[in-house]
Write a protein that binds this ligand. Sequence first.
Ligand SMILES: C[S@@+](CC[C@H](N)C(=O)[O-])C[C@H]1O[C@@H](n2cnc3c(N)ncnc32)[C@H](O)[C@@H]1O
Length: 292
Amino acid sequence: MFKFRFSGDKEDEEEDKDIKNSTLNWISASKVEVLEMQVEKQYEPVDYAENKIFPGCKLKLIRFEKALHDLQMENCTNIIEAESQNSDLIPAKYEGGLKIWECNYDLSQYLFKNDVEFQGKLVLDLGCGNGVLGLIALLKNSIVHFQDYNVEVIKAITIPNVLLNFDDRESVLKRCQFFCGDWESFTKLRSSKGDEFVKYDLILTSDTTYNPDNLKKLYEVFKQRLKEDGIGICSRVLRLIAGKSYYFGVGGGIRQFQNLIEEDGIFDVETMWKTRDGLEKKILKITRKQQS
Ligand SMILES: C[S@@+](CC[C@H](N)C(=O)[O-])C[C@H]1O[C@@H](n2cnc3c(N)ncnc32)[C@H](O)[C@@H]1O
């Protein structure tokens, strides 16, 4: 099992600085097609678990161990390297999408329980990992684009999770598209018709603001790809209250992201939900300022 580097000791900090300071090669964005053999694949009950996302919502999700095993069999070097380092994140190589992160559960519940309009909307699950936010949007009759940095994650986890939760696979896939690669080039990726950028009614993202070096790229996705009347919703751990001595990326994160958005002056940012249960967590809503 991959682990957060909780210890926060000097060695880890030095390692983090080295990673930050080196020049990283971010993989360009591209569309991931679903193969016929994936559509037809039958999963054994041992391959997945029925996860309680929150009371009243269970989803079938591929087990972490199964995905990891499949990726090892395919000799996926980025994932093998992360595992050998016992790490959840290796910047620009593996960005953590194989597991479900803390705030995904909060945002899922928030989306399910609050008055968010999904019917017929075009939704982006940005940094989707397991794709739980997108699955909820699909259950509420949206059209969903799933984006994750790692193509491995899209193939081994996100696509199977969609297939597991809908009996009519052909039909649900008509409401989905899948993308991999870096946010910077994803912002500039044109639709299959080639001449236009797809714009979204809703952009959902959870636990994606941990790397201060990537906040500008992340923000550009909202700025360029959210419709005029679109809504962005973002969740993340704000700070530590008690418990673990270290949580990846706390200290940068959503506060810096919020500052960046507010300084640009194009969007209004509203805190929709906040909790303090060991980790202080927050959900932000982002909408374009009305022209006066
Ligand atoms: C920590 S995981 C969170 C996954 C999922 N949203 C959750 O909450 O369980 C961060 C996600 O952001 C995506 N991500 C991080 N940096 C990225 C980048 N520079 N470009 C594209 N995607 C990125 C990763 O692929 C990963 O899925």
